[in-house]
Design a protein around this ligand. Structure first.
Ligand SMILES: NC(=O)c1ccc[n+]([C@@H]2O[C@H](COP(=O)([O-])OP(=O)(O)OC[C@H]3O[C@@H](n4cnc5c(N)ncnc54)[C@H](O)[C@@H]3O)[C@@H](O)[C@H]2O)c1
Length: 245
């Protein structure tokens, strides 16, 4: 299939639903062979089957991004099946909601493990195996401004932007570009399951809610040759929410 990613192999973590699935579909529509890597292996398999039925080249891999050995295995499986790896989208994410004093070290490790260390593990594998290409990290407006009860998530997403800068600097010698998107409120289960949104502690007006496809388009841009001179940046995809007082 022709397109900006024709012949390329792309891993999308958390690709079984929400922003990840929209991103997997976007890359596939532009010619990529897409690997849907998700903790939920059944949902990943269903997503890949649905994409294959639409004529896309997709395969599913069960993978817990917080487990370095599982990440190494997912990259090895991708290289074995596709013979190359061009793009990694670190999209898998999870949230917990608790007052700060109730967070246990295990809670912190779980959220940092998925939302930060998942990207660390994939960046390491990318640097070991990719020559050229791009990494796109999916951060959040919580990296910059936040609300109560989500301290580990906000900390992980802020650190993910820092990782993006470090990896962009060190990736340059390998011709690997590393960027982040900073989504605002996006219409996925993660948004509407958010207790802060349900309780009204975090108010979101309808005009502030974007679509997963809006984020997917920004991710595809950052991964593409259209962004050849773009690395180490964080692109807000929030309908302007962060910029308002
Ligand atoms: N929806 C929003 O409003 C919003 C806003 C800002 C940022 N984000 C970020 O976008 C990303 C995608 O969020 P979404 O809204 O599509 O959420 P979602 O809950 O719909 O999808 C998240 C996916 O990640 C997978 N996942 C969870 N833990 C994993 C693990 N350990 N290993 C592999 N996969 C795992 C889940 O199975 C799921 O398929 C997340 O990083 C999230 O923090 C979302």
């Amino acid at each position: 299939m022709a397109g900006r990613f024709a012949g390329q192999a792309v891993i999308v973590t958390g690709g079984a639903g929400g922003i990840g699935l929209a991103t997997a579909r976007r890359f596939a529509s532009e010619g990529a062979r897409v690997v849907v890597a998700d903790l939920n292996g059944d949902a990943a398999a269903k997503a890949a089957e649905a994409m294959a039925a639409e004529g896309s080249d997709a395969l599913a891999l069960p993978c817990d991004v917080s487990d370095e050995a599982a990440v190494e295995a997912a990259v090895a499986a991708t290289l074995a099946r596709c013979g190359r790896l061009d793009v990694v989208v670190n999209n898998a994410g999870a949230m917990l909601f608790k007052p700060l004093e109730q967070y246990t070290p295990a809670d912190w490790n779980r959220i940092l493990g998925i939302d930060l260390m998942g990207a660390v593990h994939f960046t390491r594998q990318a640097f070991l195996h990719m020559t050229g290409g791009a990494i796109v990290n999916v951060a959040s407006v919580h990296a910059e401004r936040t609300s109560p009860l989500v301290a580990p998530y906000a900390a992980a997403k802020a650190a993910l932007l820092s990782l993006t800068r470090s990896a962009a600097i060190e990736g340059a010698a390998r011709k690997i570009r590393v960027n982040a998107v900073v989504p605002g409120a996006i219409d996925t289960p993660m948004l509407w399951d958010n207790p802060n949104v349900r309780s009204g502690a975090e108010t979101i007006s309808p005009g502030d809610v974007g679509k997963a496809e809006n984020v997917a388009a920004a991710i595809a841009y950052l991964a593409s040759e259209d962004a050849t001179f773009v690395t180490g940046t964080a692109l807000a995809v929030d309908g302007g929410r962060l910029g308002r007082l």
